[in-house]
Design a protein around this ligand. Structure first.
Ligand code: F6P
Length: 347
């Protein structure tokens, strides 16, 4: 059996650990052969491959990024010069031409959404969930999240001390398009004084009241804001204009907006730090290496069992198989009661 592997969407620490586990177990235990597809769905769409054997995966466990490359190519939308054929047909033709019998797609909501559609059209595919945002509904955790939270927590720890020296408010903008998991966990772990998430539009007056309250101590306020958070009042909204091929707006700017409003309304100095892609780079934590490795092992097991159309998922401490369609049907947002747990520490 020849198995194609691809990594799509925003990269995250742990992708290489999945690839290594898939190849090591697949070759050593099942005698499978692998082919790497470059840059997400662009690889199978254009037939762009790279060798993927045990030698190719040596030494990659602690490395961030992905040796296969990634992209946000959407083959359901953009067939890119396929001579009239749609993206799904082109992928099917390329897989047949390359003698690829099955695919392992490692990705988030968008990449696995494409995998779901391909599965429905007869492509044997197994999905592996990945996203630093931790917002995939069918799994308790995705790898990459723990690393991102630790990076953000360390940044918050550092910002506390400089904020105190200068008696200023520091705003930390973290990733999180639809879900505020990174902001919530990093904010809790780092002792933030306000945490703002996309699920709960914020009232700027209330944020400023927390900031003022914190200034009454000998400490200085740290506000952690997810990039997708937005104010209740539309007058304050920032809007990105560029869309990617899955129709997502490129976010950014809410941290700066907050810094400006806080300065204006409190009279205190405020500065904004945008962590951005630092949260997605570098070596994965032990938790993410282990989770990614277990996902890889179970994904290749599913291929061996010919259990296609599924995604591997973490439920409690077990890895289970869930239908791909279920995996992408609902985003996992921060529930109000989880946010309420954090609100106790605001101000
Ligand atoms: O989906 C993961 C993610 O890191 C989001 O948190 C963020 O909004 C987005 O990717 C940024 O993507 P890009 O790689 O296009 O900057």
């Amino acid at each position: 059996m020849r198995v194609g592997v691809l990594t799509g969407g925003g990269d995250c620490p742990g992708l290489n650990a999945v690839i290594r586990a898939v190849v090591r177990k697949g070759v050593q235990e099942y005698g499978l052969e692998f082919v790497g597809f470059r840059d997400g769905w662009r690889g199978p769409l254009e037939g762009d491959t790279m060798p993927l054997d045990i030698q190719a995966v040596r030494g990659i466990l602690p490395r961030g990024g992905t040796i296969l490359g990634s992209s946000r190519t959407n083959p359901l939308k953009n067939a890119g010069g396929g001579g009239g054929r749609n993206g799904v047909e082109r992928i099917k033709d390329n897989l047949a031409g390359l003698g690829v019998d099955a695919l392992i797609a490692i990705g988030g909501e968008d990449t696995l959404g494409v995998a779901t559609k391909l599965g429905e059209q007869g492509v044997p595919v197994v999905g592996v969930p990945k996203t630093i945002d931790n917002d995939l509904g069918a799994t308790d955790y995705t790898f990459g999240f723990d690393t991102a939270v630790n990076i953000a927590m360390e940044a918050i720890d550092r910002l506390h001390t400089t904020a105190e020296s200068h008696h200023r408010a520091l705003i930390v903008e973290v990733m999180g398009r639809h879900a505020g998991w990174i902001a919530l966990h990093a904010g809790l772990a780092g002792g933030a004084n306000v945490i703002l998430i996309p699920e709960r539009p914020f009232d700027i007056e209330r944020v400023c009241a927390y900031v003022q309250h914190r200034f009454q101590t000998r400490f200085a306020p740290i506000v952690v804001v997810a990039e997708g958070a937005h104010p209740v009042s539309e007058d304050l909204a920032t809007a990105g204009e560029q869309l990617d091929s899955f129709g997502h707006v490129r976010l950014g700017g809410v941290g700066q907006l907050l810094a400006g409003e806080i300065e204006k309304r409190t009279g205190k100095e405020a500065r904004c730090t945008v962590l951005g892609h630092i949260q997605r780079g570098g070596t994965p934590t032990a938790f993410d290496r282990v989770l990614a490795t277990r996902f890889g092992v179970h994904a290749v097991q599913a291929v061996h069992d010919e259990a296609f159309g599924v995604m591997v998922a973490l439920r409690g401490t077990d890895i289970v198989r869930v239908p791909l369609a279920e995996a992408t049907s609902q985003l996992k947002l921060v529930p109000p009661q989880r946010y309420a747990e954090a609100e106790v520490f605001f101000g």
